[in-house]
Structures are given as structure tokens and as C-alpha cells.
Design a protein around this ligand. Structure first.
Ligand code: ATP
Length: 319
């Protein structure tokens, strides 16, 4: 392997830039040439490819988002589209790729590997929903943003004796919601892993009011229920002013935390080293503070994310 490419794909996450930087700098350090592929698999298909030198990644370690751009490109699921994309890799003499993204991006990486272009997947998503790693790049930054938002909501809901529902991202993974609930001291946490009953939640809220609680924060993972409707129901049932706040894409932006920059730097460097060992079709994780790697398909199809029951119990007992 002499020349590698790097791309970011799927939803962006803070820390992706730090990962790209690490791929470029480690690659150059180990005598490789590194090319940036802009706008994910779509850009690969369109030939948006440029060489990167060490200065191309100056002043990006502290920037959120991804300077390479990202895209959703469902066409990449078709063999023909991938063959066309491979023509571009051939044109630029790129032998191997580092793909930073979520599980969808991993599928693309696996397929390219099977077609003779070894790829390594780096988990970049705020959702923390990828198996084989305790943390994904972007999770820690998003967690801090959500906690700050909850702190702000607490100020105003305490002043107005209001019930606040905060809708938090994570797709179908409750890690961001659970972490934010514990760090933000939310009264209730609703996550997909534990199921949801509106009647039960209403009962708990009423019990809280009976105990003398004048304001409350409900941390709610996205895709569980319609939070605006829930706010109406709570207000009708309790007589307490209730508001829903959907944090939305605010959670995806901003300066990456030190943790995310360090994780991204380690993962980017590790990915390049794996490629140099002729390892393709692998994805990277951090487990017990150590870098690990697994077969991508095994990871997506067979590995399960462990649920943090201890943290869930804590959110309950500290409320
Ligand atoms: P996030 O978790 O942030 O949404 P993701 O990587 O899972 O990130 P997707 O949109 O699912 O996001 O996937 C990103 C891209 O990967 C897709 O737009 C597509 O180009 C490619 N991709 C997804 N699934 C496949 C597949 N089965 N085969 C080939 N390429 C795929």
C-alpha cells in the first residue's frame, strides 16, 4: 500500500476532523500518500478527490463537522455504482481507504474491501450506536452539549415551576439520553432499550408532584413518542405548565471536546497502521481504553452493544 484515501460518510460528528487529521499525519509519517475524498461515497463516485498534505489538516483539530463534507448516497448500495467509483480510485492510484461514519458507511466499506480495495471503518457518530466500541467519535461532545442545554432548561423551568421534556438524539440508542439524564440530574429518563408507557410516566410525574416537586426534567430519546403531544397530555393531567424542547441538530455541531479529539486521533492513527498490516474490512473501537478491531460484518450483524444498566439504575435512584 502506497496511497490511501480518507472519507467521511453518513451523519457528521464533532471530532471527525481530528480523525481525518490523524489519518493524514500518521499516513505521511509512515511514508504513505494520502488523498481526501470529498462528500462521502457520492464524492468518491463523482471523483471529488484531492491530495492532502500536512498543511491541508492544519487548524482543523478544534473544528466541529467535517471539512471533507459528508453525504447520504443510497446509490452506493448498487454494485454498478461501486464499480464506477472504483474507476476513480484506480485513476488516482489509491489502494486502500479509511471510512469515518456509522453502520451504513461500514457496509459500503465492507463491499469495497470485497471488491479489492481494503477499507477500515472508524466509528464517527454522536449516537454511540455502533457495536464493538464503548464510545464513538462525537458522542462525548454531544453529551456535553445536551447537558448544557438541560442546565439551561433547569434554570427556567425551576423559575416558572414548569415541567420540561427534552428530546435528545441517538436514533434507537439511549446512551446520549441516559448519560445526559444522569449528568443533568433529570427526574425521568425514557430510552428505547427500556420501553415506554405514557400511563406509567404520567403516574410517576404525579407521584413526584405529590412529593412536593415543583419542576421536573424528562430526558426523552428521539423516536420514542411525539414530545409536543406528550407535553399537552402532561399539562392536561397535572395542571402544571409543560413544554417540550427538541434539541435537534444543535447537538451535532460545536467544538469537539478533548476526549473526542484524543479518541479521534488514536483511531485515525490506528486505522492507518492496520492498513499497513494488510488488514482490510475491519472496524475500530475503543474497549477498556484500548484500541481494538473487528470484522466489519461480524460487528454490524452479530455484535451487540452492552446496555449500561448501572447508569440506568443510578438515574432512577438519584431522582
Ligand atoms: P449515521 O449513523 O450517522 O446515520 P451512517 O454511516 O449509518 O451514519 P447511512 O446514511 O446509513 O449513515 O450510510 C452512509 C452511506 O453509506 C450511505 O448513504 C451509502 O452511500 C453507504 N451505504 C449504506 N449502506 C450501504 C450498503 N448496504 N452498501 C453499500 N453502501 C452503503
Amino acid at each position: 500500500i502506497k496511497r490511501i484515501g480518507v472519507l467521511t460518510s453518513g451523519g457528521d460528528a464533532p471530532g471527525m476532523n481530528a480523525a481525518i487529521r490523524a489519518v493524514v499525519r500518521e499516513g505521511l509519517h509512515l511514508g504513505l500518500e494520502v488523498y481526501g475524498i470529498f462528500d462521502g461515497y457520492e464524492g468518491l463516485h463523482q471523483g471529488k478527490i484531492k491530495p492532502l498534505d500536512r498543511n491541508s489538516v492544519s487548524d482543523v483539530i478544534n473544528r466541529g463537522g467535517t471539512f471533507l463534507g459528508s453525504a447520504r448516497f443510497p446509490e452506493f448500495k448498487q454494485q454498478k455504482t461501486r464499480e464506477e467509483a472504483i474507476e476513480n480510485l484506480k485513476k488516482y492510484g489509491i489502494d486502500a481507504l479509511v471510512v469515518i461514519g456509522g453502520d451504513g458507511s461500514y457496509m459500503g466499506a465492507k463491499k469495497l474491501t470485497e471488491m479489492g480495495y481494503p477499507c477500515i471503518g472508524i466509528p464517527g457518530t454522536i449516537d454511540n450506536d455502533i457495536p464493538g466500541t464503548t464510545y464513538t467519535i462525537g458522542f462525548d461532545t454531544a453529551l456535553n452539549i445536551v447537558v448544557e442545554a438541560i442546565d439551561r432548561l433547569r434554570d427556567t423551568s425551576a423559575s416558572h415551576k414548569r415541567i420540561s421534556i427534552v428530546e435528545i438524539m441517538g436514533r434507537y440508542c439511549g446512551d446520549l439520553t441516559l448519560g445526559a439524564a444522569v449528568a443533568g440530574g433529570a427526574e425521568f429518563v425514557v430510552i428505547p432499550e427500556k420501553g415506554y408507557s405514557e400511563a406509567e410516566l404520567l403516574g410517576q410525574i404525579k407521584a413526584g408532584i405529590a412529593k412536593g416537586k415543583t419542576h421536573m426534567i424528562i430526558a426523552m430519546c428521539e423516536h420514542v413518542t411525539k414530545v409536543d403531544k406528550l407535553a399537552e397530555h402532561i399539562q392536561a393531567e397535572t395542571g402544571h405548565d409543560t413544554r417540550a424542547t427538541i434539541l435537534g441538530h444543535i447537538q451535532r455541531g460545536g467544538t469537539p471536546t478533548a476526549q473526542d479529539r484524543i479518541l479521534a486521533s488514536r483511531m485515525g492513527s490506528f486505522a492507518v497502521k492496520l492498513l499497513l498490516e494488510d488488514q482490510g474490512g475491519r472496524c475500530i473501537g475503543v474497549v477498556n481504553s484500548q484500541m481494538v478491531h473487528y470484522d466489519i460484518i461480524d460487528c454490524i450483524n452479530n455484535m451487540k452493544r452492552p446496555f449500561n444498566q448501572e447508569l440506568f439504575d443510578l438515574s432512577d435512584s438519584l431522582f
